[in-house]
Design a protein around this ligand. Structure first.
Ligand SMILES: *Cc1c(COP(=O)(O)O)cnc(C)c1O
Length: 220
């Protein structure tokens, strides 16, 4: 199967309210261009340096999503062009994104990453930390970021019941947050959950954005 065929097949299977992020980390530009030629415009990368290099070489109508764990000192390199940062898991990181975005007079959309997996290897905020961040005065003052939703990763397992439980948990947190009034920097609308191995379950549980890599580009 070609990248183009994989992409078109997956796209055809997604409900219209679900956005596809083509996760292209480690893959060379010609592979990304094959997906681009098939119509894909949203790409996800997990390393800032690699994303900057690809952004420089590729068409400028691409939306670049940072999906990886992010260090504060790397934020400045992608602020000029990044369209969504999925993995924000601390007030410190959000503060740095806000600070850098201000220098460019931009507002950067961010998803807060919530820890839903059983493994403690996956990053993310606990529910208590999430509430604390959103209730903080520092967050309220930020004018150059906007929280547009949540992101989560399920445990890496074949146990579909477990995966479903974790995604359902994230959806419940999202629903609770959505009841709070929107503000200039708080407009929850996106739940980024689901990867190659578990995206059909994620969609059943209410995902609005899936991040799919190996099922499009092949194994890494
Ligand atoms: C690599 C990665 C993906 C895509 O994984 P696949 O299993 O290749 O679809 C999704 N989300 C994050 C955060 C990733 O790092």
């Amino acid at each position: 199967m070609s990248i183009q065929n994989n992409l078109l097949e997956i796209k055809a299977s997604l409900p219209p309210h679900v956005t596809l992020v083509a996760v292209s980390k480690t893959k060379p530009v010609p592979d990304l261009m094959e997906a681009y030629s098939a119509g894909q415009r949203i790409f996800g990368e997990n390393k800032v340096q690699e994303m900057v290099e690809k952004w420089e070489q590729m068409p400028k109508d691409i939306q670049w999503h940072m999906i990886g764990h992010l260090q504060s000192n790397k934020v400045k390199y992608m602020v000029p062009f990044v369209s969504l940062i999925h993995g924000v898991d601390s007030l410190k990181l959000l503060t740095e994104i806000n600070r850098q975005a201000k220098r460019y007079r931009k507002v950067i959309n961010c998803l807060l990453q919530v820890h839903i997996a059983e493994e403690d290897t996956k990053f993310g905020l606990s529910e208590a930390e999430l509430n604390e961040l959103l209730d903080s005065e520092e967050f309220r003052q930020m004018e150059n970021i906007c929280i547009t939703g949540l992101m989560g990763m399920a445990t890496f397992t074949d146990d579909e019941v477990q995966i479903k439980k974790e995604f359902t948990h994230l959806k419940a947190i999202f629903d609770r947050l959505s009841e709070q009034p929107q503000t200039l920097n708080y407009k929850p609308q996106t739940i980024s959950m689901g990867m190659s191995g578990d995206y059909p379950i994620a969609i059943d549980c209410g995902s609005t954005m899936v991040r799919i890599g190996s099922s499009i580009f092949g194994g890494r």
